[in-house]
Design a protein around this ligand. Structure first.
Ligand SMILES: NC(=O)c1ccc[n+]([C@@H]2O[C@H](COP(=O)([O-])OP(=O)(O)OC[C@H]3O[C@@H](n4cnc5c(N)ncnc54)[C@H](OP(=O)(O)O)[C@@H]3O)[C@@H](O)[C@H]2O)c1
Length: 227
């Protein structure tokens, strides 16, 4: 049984990963923002599921989470919480405070959360950190628009690549993963794949990750993604 922490677990890809992990018999630490877990998570309540409040940009929330989990093993941390960014994010029409918020959530929070949970990860025999990134952040893709989102995901890829080197000696595997274009509130109805397909692929990839693959950018199908 793996102990898996999933951020932004109340809907979308995060919620589906929680469902599949529970089905497999893993122990899940699901984080949500707000005072109470959302009904989507409460309806899954069982002995293998714990709820933890976490606004990913709040240092105090991250500190409290780390204190609450002191001495507990985390085999797999999935930095999933993210936002698409502000309505206005064109090169010539940028909502700068929205861009900053996008960076705080998509780029900075995954680093701060991972760092806070290193003591828990090092208790595992195969500790892994997956950060849900996006192909929209890949430098090899030419595409216009969505500057706030694209830059936040390009930056989190770099953060995770550096982190993979920093944490190698401690045996912690770190990989950013593109989850596909997924039918969620963020991805919309026209997206290519369902949350089930995406979560299934990401968890199959997580199962086979080890320190040799650390610092690789993967797709949800388990293929290498160009940076
Ligand atoms: N869907 C796609 O096609 C697609 C493609 C590429 C990458 N991704 C990435 O995949 C991840 C999941 O996306 P999704 O499609 O499942 O999105 P979603 O349905 O919009 O869900 C986003 C999740 O992130 C949480 N979240 C956002 N800001 C947060 C904050 N400040 N603190 C705590 N939780 C926060 C949300 O919590 P609340 O419910 O409280 O808002 C929600 O649980 C994101 O990182 C996204 O960038 C998605």
């Amino acid at each position: 049984m793996n102990h898996v922490l999933v951020t932004g677990a109340g809907r979308g890809i995060g919620l589906e990963m929680v469902k599949q992990l529970l089905k497999r018999g893993d122990f899940v630490l699901a984080t949500f923002r707000g005072t109470e877990p959302p009904p989507s998570l409460l309806s899954l309540a069982c002995a293998n599921l714990e709820f933890h409040p976490l606004r990913v940009t709040h240092a105090k929330d991250i500190e409290t989470l780390a204190e609450t989990l002191e001495g507990r093993t985390i085999d797999l941390l999935i930095n999933n919480a993210g936002i698409i960014g502000p309505k206005h994010q064109a090169y010539n029409d940028m909502d700068v405070s929205g861009w900053l918020e996008t960076f705080e959530i998509n780029t900075i929070a995954p680093l701060m959360i991972t760092t806070a949970l290193i003591p828990n990860l090092t208790l595992s025999s195969n500790p892994r950190v997956i950060t849900i990134s996006s192909q929209m952040g890949a430098l090899n893709r030419d595409a216009k628009g969505m500057l706030a989102y694209r830059s936040s995901k390009a930056a989190v890829n770099k953060v995770m690549q550096v982190l993979s080197l920093e944490l190698k000696e401690q045996g912690i595997t770190v990989c950013p993963v593109h989850p596909g274009w997924v039918k969620t509130d963020m991805g919309g109805d026209k997206a290519d794949i369902t949350t089930q397909e995406s979560a299934d692929g990401i968890l199959a990839l997580a199962d086979r990750l080890s320190i040799e693959n650390s610092g690789t950018f993967f797709t949800w199908e388990g293929n290498f993604h160009e940076w």
